[in-house]
Design a binder for this molecule. Sequence first.
Ligand SMILES: C[S@@+](CC[C@H](N)C(=O)[O-])C[C@H]1O[C@@H](n2cnc3c(N)ncnc32)[C@H](O)[C@@H]1O
Length: 338
Amino acid sequence: MSALIQALRAALDYRQPLLAELHAQGTDCYRLFHGSQEGAGGLTIDRYGPQLMVQSFHSSLAREDLLALHAAVEHALQLSLLLVYNDRSQGNSRIDRQDPIYRAEEAALADLVGHEWGLNYRVRGRHAGQDPLLFLDLRSARGWVKRHSQGKSVLNLFAYTCGVGLSAAAGGASEVCNLDFAEGNLAVGAENGALNPQLEPMQFIQSDYFPAIRQLAGLPITQRRGQKLPAYPRLQQRQYDLVLLDPPAWAKSAFGTVDLLRDYQSLLKPAILTTAENGVLICCNNLAKVSLEDWREQVLRCADKAGRPVREWQVLPPAADFPSRDGQPPLKTLILNF
Ligand SMILES: C[S@@+](CC[C@H](N)C(=O)[O-])C[C@H]1O[C@@H](n2cnc3c(N)ncnc32)[C@H](O)[C@@H]1O
């Protein structure tokens, strides 16, 4: 047996109790192998409902390894799963190879449905973006939101495919607003809404973060000298009871730069001001090189400086399908009570 399959078997054994728990909760989307921590850096194996999504980030998988890992997962889960292998080891190299082993079946690339916390989510093996449509390490946060959003107004910032918004709607939120600048991501959010017709409809705002959050927070929108700003939707100043801030590590737009390493504060301060008195802000930082302690200090200091000191805070670690040997998972999540 290859070292990879041995490592995968150990990962599957370790997850048995977790998988039983997840299945009982109505979840069939989870990480089965987190290579960087489980013996094969640059390889991830995820289940998305009926699909098995294998992704390699450093080097391509050999055909016999791909076949063997598919078989090992199906054996451990006692299920057949539709295999999609996305090799991301050389810039946009997701294209199917000639060898049929690497080619996904048509059924694996069709629009599928996965489940998390009893909700339906769109699953698509390949689409315009690189990442799968649901980030699995944020499952704990989505669960927390579902349990704590009864009667609350909820703002989901950098909403992507609106999983947090959907969880809030399922938790009985009085109102859910998802904000993102990417039309395609919000369109998947709308599909996710339609896949759960029992829920109250969500709102979607397609806008750059900076002008949107600054208007909501009642802050001026600054223009770089000599540069005319593109048009943006006009919003009224207001606050929400529960706000989620989960930005990408780095992104540049005409309105500003999202930079979690050098400038978390310019994202955080307006989000704090948009959180109601006695409200909750959940904020995330997915940069592995930022330590939880340093970032938490920054966050608490920023809240003090904004005149909105945090009353209580709590760390929400990812679930056990994202093990971290050093106790420092890349995705850090803080729940701040004001
Ligand atoms: C890492 S995803 C966020 C994950 C998301 N919170 C979730 O629940 O899965 C990053 C998202 O930020 C959006 N984005 C990046 N820069 C933005 C900006 N300046 N304004 C608005 N959205 C932005 C992208 O379109 C993408 O959907």
